[in-house]
Write a protein that binds this ligand. Sequence first.
Ligand SMILES: NC(=O)C1=CN([C@@H]2O[C@H](COP(=O)(O)OP(=O)(O)OC[C@H]3O[C@@H](n4cnc5c(N)ncnc54)[C@H](O)[C@@H]3O)[C@@H](O)[C@H]2O)C=CC1
Ligand SMILES: O=C(O)[C@@H]1CCC=N1
Length: 274
Amino acid sequence: MGGSATGQKIAFLGTGKIGEALLSGLLRAGKAPGDVMVTARRTERAEELTARYGVTAVSNADAAKLADTLILAVKPQDMGALLEELAPQIAADKLVISAAAGIPTAWFETRLAAGTPVVRVMPNTPVLVDEGMSVISGGSHATEAHLVRTEEIFRSVGKALRVPESQQDAATALSGSGPAYFYFLVEAMIDAGILLGLPRQVAHELIVQSAIGASIMLRDSGEHPVKLREAVTSPAGTTIAAIRELENHGVRAALLGALEAARDRSRELATGGK
Ligand SMILES: NC(=O)C1=CN([C@@H]2O[C@H](COP(=O)(O)OP(=O)(O)OC[C@H]3O[C@@H](n4cnc5c(N)ncnc54)[C@H](O)[C@@H]3O)[C@@H](O)[C@H]2O)C=CC1
Ligand SMILES: O=C(O)[C@@H]1CCC=N1
């Protein structure tokens, strides 16, 4: 587990939504708060994180100096400024992990001291409940040991999978952004319940539990989703009436287009651009 990462000191540079989710997961997994540092732009945010988790708030420069592993979790658009401030202070024996969408390891390598190991990771917010999906690719100076160290961190909050870096933009579209699509569907289905006259709380419970049941079946049954859907779809029944509407409205095509757009946006962020 990440918690056992043998007293290694980890710093989060940028502790927003994903940084805090990862931080809380690492602590749940047993990492000592004394081995975790955070940086924040605002003092109030630093104080909030210190009070909530017992971790140490430091400057970016001190994080670079004191931590063995630096997890960069600022927006891609802020990464240029962070690296400009920090790169000269990161010694080449540090492990730099970027959680930013789009930005390739080579982008970091050209800004950091020669030989600095960089690992690119795309996690997702279910790390908050130890069900994260993190996709990992090593840069040109990342060794097997660096990848294992990264896996230890991210496996403590869910699954981790190594992929070639050329697949990172697609992975970002699928699992990085993925939870948002499910929330969007759930939100729309709860609205449908309201349309059908159900109280919101009842609609919420019915849909959320159906989502949980369906997800666990997907994970544990080993069946293809088509098979699972067929088992719900009775001849001349209710489900096929709904599926016809989904097909009529091009929902499948919309999903293909949506994930392609997310992949393309990840590519656009490659230079930390707007
Ligand atoms: N939110 C998500 O589900 C996921 C986000 N990511 C990536 O994680 C990164 C952060 O995303 P979010 O957490 O959603 O954004 P966010 O805006 O919640 O967090 C970014 C944090 O970085 C801080 N920050 C910016 N510049 C800083 C600096 N120079 N020094 C210290 N702190 C600084 C901001 O104040 C903010 O708290 C992005 O690169 C995104 O692509 C990756 C996977 C999933
Ligand atoms: O929306 C974004 O850009 C980030 C990356 C993946 C999930 N959230």
